[in-house]
Design a protein around this ligand. Sequence first.
Ligand SMILES: C[S@@+](CC[C@H](N)C(=O)[O-])C[C@H]1O[C@@H](n2cnc3c(N)ncnc32)[C@H](O)[C@@H]1O
Length: 279
Amino acid sequence: MTLREALLEAVERLERHRVSSPRLNAEVMLAHCLSVDRTYLYTHDDRVLSGEEYQRFEDALSERISGVPVQYIVGRQEFYGRYFLVTPAVLIPRPETEYIVETVLELQPAPGDAIIDVGAGSGCIGLTLSLEIPHAHVTIADISLEALLVAKTNAAQLGAPASIVCMDVLDAVRGLFDFVVSNPPYVNPAETSRLQREVREHEPHVALFAPDEGFDVIRRLIPSAVRLLNPGGYLIMEIGLGMEERVLDLFGPPWEKLPTKADLQGIPRTVVARRKRGQ
Ligand SMILES: C[S@@+](CC[C@H](N)C(=O)[O-])C[C@H]1O[C@@H](n2cnc3c(N)ncnc32)[C@H](O)[C@@H]1O
């Protein structure tokens, strides 16, 4: 079977099983199985698949049809222009989380500023900042040791210097920071059934759900950040649909609340607050 035929057949099967973006999924998986990029599939569309290659593609297709996200099948996801290793131990980085990176960069951190990423998962936020900000001192933290092992691999592969700490919120950390950034778990466990099946069944629940209607980690993160931020430092945090008002109510003195950034769908997504000086 040629690459062209294999792709056509795969797209048809994915369509039949109502997998979204069937063409893209098929191309990404076939390219992965052959260790080539997607352009190769077009420039070599007459190439015949070996039995072993065909079997690998078959296995990938079956996994995808059973609901496994394509990112876990190919083991990577792009974030802010770089590829991060992803396994089922970590959340698949989402495009809207790039607003956290953008917000930090807009605030023009000084070289050498200390940044901590709480709930780092794959490390996509903290490691990106480590690479984008010269001489930044980045710490990435997570409650999940399995996630931190993935982040550690990403740090090594991307050449991103970072300290790595396993802890609950900010409990075990000492020292002062200029930026606390976080994409915490914020899904209300009572709303599990509203999640897409792929997310609910394959992404780690510790990365998705937080007790207290999704607010538990956020509620604990804000006072911990007061303790650890230098005066004038920032807390930048992602929130879910409909959470903005309740989250902003959690910021009393010594915080100055800045406008929340909306994502491309207009959903208030990135909360920004500054620890005032002299308080
Ligand atoms: C929504 S994911 C974000 C992962 C990554 N930062 C991203 O944006 O793709 C939340 C992360 O927080 C971690 N987490 C959950 N509860 C935590 C807690 N109490 N303390 C620290 N990290 C926690 C999870 O293990 C998960 O990696």
